[in-house]
Write a protein that binds this ligand. Structure first.
Ligand code: S3P
Length: 430
């Protein structure tokens, strides 16, 4: 249990949030697939990314971590060892799904497992296309659920049109395509985050992008390189929303990732009336990042749907909270993917925010939120989901009484220093 209480707070100051989770996973994965040495700076030492490190260590990759600096030294995926135990992905959907694509194309036979939450999440979205490449993946519910047994082997390239916008599915197929003797093509209707494509290029893969289509040609040996991980905009989003929500607030985010496939939160904050200033911007080893200031400047409702959804899918819980404080009716739709995240985030967000007095309704693929509504204190469940736990922490800033968060340790999955940063930024109004 964690009790969070503020009396009339305002958010002020500067913050550098921890490294991007998606990019940290991919740096370990590609550093392990490649031959030679990869040096990573700004790595996220959250639980999910540590699970990815553990898995590749079990395959014989030498990974040394010194805080947020990580060195990966690999013989290349052709020379990985057979693991002596099951590979455990913990709570991490990105680890499980991307590793499935990698292992399917390796020479390894192993069992991939996860925690109680991950073991309920669908894996068919990757095992179906991987099987059509010739992968051997077996497990319960027609290989939809962990644990899965993977027998790596030679795969054939595919042309795949993705039925859902998912960077995890896209990445698993592109990784599997690396060892085939031809060209694998993945097309998506709505663009999902493109970190894998960017990083594959950095590691020397034969990859081309053409609109919403990505092609990778297998057979080229990847070589280790340097990766700089920018701050995670999905972590920053909690304080960005807080700064937009609380009158008088102004927060500067340093070195935060600004990849255009991830910046939907900035579009929404702007549409809701926040003041956003991009103070600096640069391209650091393949990924754009910069310094951004967000300040409160009124708050009104908006509609969030369509192509914007994949660009802010992980931010929707805190956006829903923000909408409870905005004037008007905010509608979130086309977001049915929220139902298969770490928990069903549509049910979790609506159930928990209602406990504080929010006027929020669940729809099949989103939420409808009426605002502004005064929030009270209360005890909120995290559902073992880091983003629901952090949403509850930010809710305490707007609530008239303390918010108690049950099972707050799940926040270590992506943002171990969340409560320190919250305390650092929130001041009582003088
Ligand atoms: C991720 C992709 C997204 C996102 C997840 C991380 C990734 O999932 O929700 O937190 O690193 O590829 P989907 O690809 O399932 O949309």
């Amino acid at each position: 249990m964690k009790k969070v209480a503020f009396e009339q707070p305002v958010l002020k100051g500067e913050i550098t949030v921890p490294g991007d989770k998606s990019i940290s996973h991919r740096a370990i994965m590609l550093g392990s697939i490649a031959k030679g040495k990869t040096s990573i700076s700004g790595f996220l030492d959250g639980e999910d990314c540590l699970r990815t490190i553990d898995i590749f260590r079990q395959l014989g990759v030498n990974i040394e971590r010194n805080g947020t600096d990580v060195t990966v030294e690999s013989p290349g995926m052709q020379d990985w060892h057979q693991p002596s135990d099951n590979l455990y992905a913990g709570n991490s959907g990105t680890t499980a799904r991307l590793v499935l694509g990698i292992l399917a194309a390796s020479r390894i036979t192993c069992v991939l497992t996860g925690d109680e939450y991950l073991s309920k999440r669908p894996m068919n979205r990757v095992s179906i296309p991987l099987k059509s490449m010739g992968a051997s993946i077996a497990g319960e519910a027609d290989s939809n659920l962990l644990p899965l047994t993977i027998t790596g082997g030679a795969l054939t390239p595919i042309d795949y049109e993705m039925p859902i916008a998912s960077a995890q599915v896209k990445s698993a197929i592109l990784f599997a395509g690396l060892t085939t003797g031809g060209q694998t093509t993945v097309s998506e209707e709505t663009v999902s985050r493109d970190h894998t494509e960017r990083m594959l290029e950095q590691f020397g893969a034969d990859i081309q992008k053409d609109g919403n289509t990505v092609r990778v040609t297998g057979g080229r040996m990847l070589s280790g390189t340097d990766v700089r991980v920018p701050g995670d905009i999905s972590s920053a989003a909690f304080f960005m929303a807080a700064a937009a929500m609380i009158k008088g607030s102004s927060v500067t985010f340093k070195d935060v990732g600004l990849n255009p496939t991830r910046t939907g939160i900035l579009d929404v904050l702007k549409a809701m009336g926040a003041k956003i200033d991009i103070l600096e911007q640069s391209d650091g080893l393949g990924e754009p990042y910069g310094t951004v200031n967000i300040s409160h400047d009124g708050l009104h409702a908006t509609e969030i749907s369509g192509e914007l959804i994949p660009k802010l899918i992980d931010e929707l819980p805190v956006i829903a909270l923000l909408a409870t404080q905005a004037h008007g009716v905010t509608v979130i739709k086309d977001a049915a993917e929220l139902r298969v995240k770490e928990t069903d985030r549509i049910t979790a967000v609506t159930t928990e925010l209602k406990k504080l007095g929010a006027q929020i309704e669940e729809t099949e693929d989103g939420m409808i939120i009426h605002g502004p509504t005064p929030l009270t204190g209360g005890t909120l469940a995290s559902y073992g989901d880091h983003r629901i736990g952090m949403m509850a922490g930010i809710a305490a800033l707007a609530a008239s009484g303390p918010v108690v968060i049950e099972d707050p340790s799940c926040i270590n999955i992506s943002y171990p220093t969340f409560f320190n940063d919250l305390e650092k930024l929130a001041f009582p109004v003088k």
